[in-house]
Design a protein around this ligand. Sequence first.
Ligand code: AKG
Ligand code: FE2
Length: 742
Amino acid sequence: MVRHRLTEYFKFYLNTMLDDLSTTPFTGLEITPIFSQFSIHRTLRVFPQSHKPITKIYRDHASRFNYSPILPSADLTFTISRISWLINPYRATCMAGKRLRGLDSSADQSDRQLKRILRPEDEGTEEIKSIPPFHGEPSVWATSRTSLCESLPYYRSVQGSLYHKDGVTYGCLIDGDSGIRFHIDEEVVITRVGGSYAKPTTTGQLELTTDQSRGQGAMKFLENALRDKSPIAFIVGDKNSGLHRKPPHRYNVMDFFQVTDLWSEKIDGHVGMRVRYEKINLSEKSWWARKGSADPVPHEERDLSLCPEHVVCETCKDKSPRLFNEGWMCLVASCPQFWRMDGAEAPQDLTYAETFLNKREVPRIGIRYPFPLKPNLVGDLLQNSSLRLTCRDNWRGIVCPLCGKCIPRMFWNGWKCTWKANMQSDPTACKWVCLMNLATVPLHSLTSNDCQGAASLDQFRPSEYESTGFYQKTTDYISSHPYVRVTYTISDIGVVSHFISNQGINEQLRGPDAIFHSLQNSNLGLRRYPHNTPVGETATAHFAQNYKVVGEDAIETSQPNELLLIGYFEGMKMGYHDDGEKGLGPTIASLSLGGSSKMTLRMKAKYFHGQTSSNCITKGDPVLKGCRLEEERRALREELDLGIKDQQAYEEALKALFRQNPKKTTGMAPVAVTMNLHHGDMVVMNGALLQRYYEHSVVPDKNSILRYALTARSISPGSAMTEADLERSGFQLTGDQVYDGH
Ligand SMILES: O=C(O)CCC(=O)C(=O)O
Ligand SMILES: [Fe+2]
């Protein structure tokens, strides 16, 4: 049994804060009972025989690595007297979904990548459709492109086939339609260069739409790769038909290749670039070689002088190699004889010449591979105990050391292999789990000195009042002393109060420092949640866990009855969203702990513009203060309300107004309120309209490697968990999880 005072501390803080707030509907907030205890129920998982060697390796590091099982979040229970606060994964999932709806459209690619993760629940259901007669098996593989990108440093490209960074190509994915004259064998791949291709509705096949030329786009990087002989990791997807048998997984890492040739061809009436890659390590048989095929010829026995004949073009006087059995043609795109054979355009059906397929590069000694093919992040972390597990590079996905599956980081304190997770009776199901004790991040490494105590020095200053358009900002040094309270009143919408903390407050007994410490030393079941969006399967870009009152007391909504814990590692954030989930009360209070962050509020785009992103008129346009074309829209709205215009005339007039004043930006409303939140600060948002018409986001500072937010809210009985929800979330209060008064 683990004693824990987190909620008690938090309630103490809520008391301090909310007692004082005339704007909050939380009444008589004595906030009792105070939770004094929670128990963690553990189930021990026995590792199957085959996993023994791995456990042995890690046993030496038992102090840092905890090989006891992943703690299922549903097993955590807060209990006191008759009230149980349960961690509710089902609801947390819904909420995670809600949050994700507001994905920041300005998010850059890596950020989007961060959010796109395979839904782990689905993975175990995947069956290997056919076991193909390959010689071996890939040592690294993935069931989704996003888990591939999360786990492999050499392939972080959510779109496109090549992954390059700073001009260096690191990885290449071949999947699906690879175009005409695609070739793959045990050591060579010949394919087109991506980009410039589109899918016309008529054929459904990708077609080249513009000329590709050297020095442009991906070609530039491939030319670098050809010059530098850079190792490029190849991945084959099971939609690629070139191997003539289905590879075992959706994505299968092959080996390192190098670019040996780049040339132009005529494709779909345009100049298209082609590339030949050759496997670097020729002494080992490729796993994708046909079972029973001959072993690779040793290097010393290979004819390294083999090379296709080079012929000088009579027209342009440039040399081109003879690549095809059907005949030679000039491959210089600017030459009038380009891609012509015997006075006519070359035929579509061409076969590669043996000399071109079988030639090999002279082996190189001491190649520097940028990354290992099978990255061993866990091993690296074991080797170097000073590595911070909350730093971006150390919380990425990993490759399961047992089965080779790419696994995204879904759990606060580690990874869990989900291969066939839903088929526990299957002996091939992987049960690899790695939970670590996260080294404590000291507060002083997160909080900058200049903000500590600064607010308290200001305590006797008179109040400041600032009116900026449709909102007022009041800074009050006295009424919430020792906090400095900054209140943003958004006309007709609601109030946001920012309580600025200081060192004195933070160091108080049971204060923010203590809560921060306590959070770090507890396993609170924080995890990322999967979510389906139109862009694919994603996961929240933050960890979350939701604690909630159930039972009779759940109906008491004048008090906060829901506690949401959010955790952010380096590089995580919460994009724009609202907290207006069905049944949630209008007051939301949150406490910031650890690293600093920026919280911003803005009007939702459809209310700001009066039209949606697809240019539909916003239903019942409230014409909020500060919206675009406010005066004109209000005048029209009044004509509608007074019956001067009917709905149709109103909408037509609005559309005409929008036509005359096209949107200048891509559509997001400007930020209305920005708050820099530091350790110990609290924010109270009040007003249901605030959630309906406004949205907020929280982005921890760049150097914030650990931040928590504890949010108290109230949820109405109608939306409280039902029996069915409980069943869905897999909750069952077992005897030892119920607080017995001791
Ligand atoms: O991280 C925070 O401070 C608040 C996060 C938030 O907006 C939420 O939990 O809804
Ligand atoms: Fe929120």
